[in-house]
Design a protein around this ligand. Structure first.
Ligand SMILES: Cc1cc2nc3c(=O)[nH]c(=O)nc-3n(C[C@H](O)[C@H](O)[C@H](O)COP(=O)(O)OP(=O)(O)OC[C@H]3O[C@@H](n4cnc5c(N)ncnc54)[C@H](O)[C@@H]3O)c2cc1C
Length: 373
């Protein structure tokens, strides 16, 4: 079976790995990405706060050495789901199965003034630009502002506020700074009241102002404007830009309301043999790497069942864990279940240093599984 995987992010890497492990003789995978390396989402926080260098967090695709998998560094310029064809700047790839795992792009222009007057920390370059700015920031108001939902990793703005508190405290300037988070969600982690309560308590202890249920809609010089017209003056704006599917996905005609609709149990699109998951799709789960990985497992099991003539796998359960930086050298974990039961649930494991190690293990295990590093 020839499988074309568009996008070597969380989902694409897991799928390529499982297909290689499960049918090295019977599958031919082409894995396409325009980038030369993968960076974990959470590594952007490490870079921004100077805990790691960009070089240290980049995982080069040239390291991928798996039976039946060929990585190509090409930019995808068109997707034809009917023909199961992915066209790139270097040619065309046709598959018995095509999997779209191209993630979400940022639409900075959707928020007037963001590019001129604010910073964003959601891209690798944006996070890297902030390292020096944060390191030299010594007084004033910092607004961490989300421009629209949905956005990747809903806890990330909260983590940023808590790590920022630590960084400013360590440099002895916290009392000269104010931190505020503005987010459109009604709570820091809506499916988990316990996690939200723990984060709200952590904000309160640290004097971090929290404004839920509002988005930042525009910026002028040193002022963020919210969707109710209220204003937040700032000296530093750390933004989460509006997200949307990459242009090439929208141009393919596969999207509805900005993302690719899929059967949330099978991740199949309306085109036979074409799947989509992760941030590019509307699966009914949060936009986070661990969810993309779980969805990839279901698609891998389904393709392997087709290859080997076995039973199709059980439906995708929408369960995943997210590790959350709580500051003070502690990490919490929320175990989320979006699809397996009648209600969405989220259970908190209290922040601890043991969970710091667990998070590290999560990263290093993927590094070794996906890249052999
Ligand atoms: C600050 C921050 C912190 C985060 N923390 C966490 C966390 O702790 N845990 C967690 O689970 N998730 C976290 N995330 C979210 C996580 O990074 C994403 O949800 C995850 O990467 C989505 O996986 P994906 O496979 O859908 O897409 P991605 O991993 O985004 O992969 C998509 C790939 O497609 C490629 N691509 C796009 N367009 C093209 C094109 N035209 N041609 C070729 N290639 C293309 C991109 O280069 C990219 O490699 C965080 C995100 C951020 C921003």
């Amino acid at each position: 079976m020839r499988v074309v995987i568009a996008g070597a992010g969380f989902g694409g890497l897991e799928l390529a790995t499982l297909l290689s492990e499960g049918a090295p003789e019977d599958v031919d995978v082409v894995l396409i990405d325009r980038a030369d390396s993968f960076v974990f989402g959470y590594s952007k926080l490490d870079v921004m706060f100077g805990r790691a260098t960009l070089d240290a967090v980049r995982l080069p695709y040239t390291a991928i050495d798996k039976p039946a998998v060929r990585f190509v560094q090409e930019t995808i310029t068109a997707i034809d789901p009917q023909a199961r064809r992915v066209t790139t700047d270097a040619g065309a790839h046709e598959g018995d199965a095509v999997v779209v795992a191209l993630g979400a792009d940022y639409d900075r222009a959707a928020t007037p003034g963001l590019a001129e007057h604010g910073d964003e920390f959601y891209s690798v370059d944006g996070a890297a630009r902030l390292t020096e700015k944060l390191h030299s920031f010594s007084a004033g108001r910092i607004v961490i502002g989300v421009c629209k939902a949905p956005y990747k990793c809903p806890p990330a703005p909260s983590e940023t506020a808590l790590l920022l508190h630590d960084a400013l405290t360590a440099r002895g300037v916290r009392n000269d700074c104010e931190i505020e988070i503005v987010m459109p969600l009604p709570a820091p982690v809506p499916p988990s009241p316990d996690t939200s309560a723990a984060l709200l308590a952590a904000f309160a202890e640290r004097g971090i102002r929290y404004t839920p249920s509002h988005a930042v809609t525009s910026l002028r010089e040193r002022v963020a404007v919210l969707d109710d017209g209220s204003e937040r003056p700032f000296e530093l704006f750390l933004g989460v830009p509006v997200h949307r599917a990459p242009d090439v996905v929208i141009a393919s005609g596969m999207t509805t309301d900005g993302y690719i609709p899929v059967n949330s149990q099978t991740l199949a699109t309306e085109w036979p043999g074409v799947y989509a998951f992760g941030d590019v799709a509307t699966v009914g789960v949060p936009k986070a790497g661990t969810f993309a990985e779980g969805a990839a497992r279901v698609v891998a099991a389904s393709l392997l069942a087709t290859i080997h003539g076995g039973q199709q796998p059980p439906p995708y359960d929408g369960r995943a864990s997210c590790w959350i930086e709580f500051g003070g050298g502690r990490v919490g974990r929320v175990d989320i279940d979006f699809l397996s039961g009648p209600e969405k649930t989220g259970t908190l494991r209290e922040p601890s240093t043991a969970l710091v190690e667990e998070k590290e293990h999560f990263g290093s295990s993927r590094r070794s599984r996906w890249f052999g590093l």
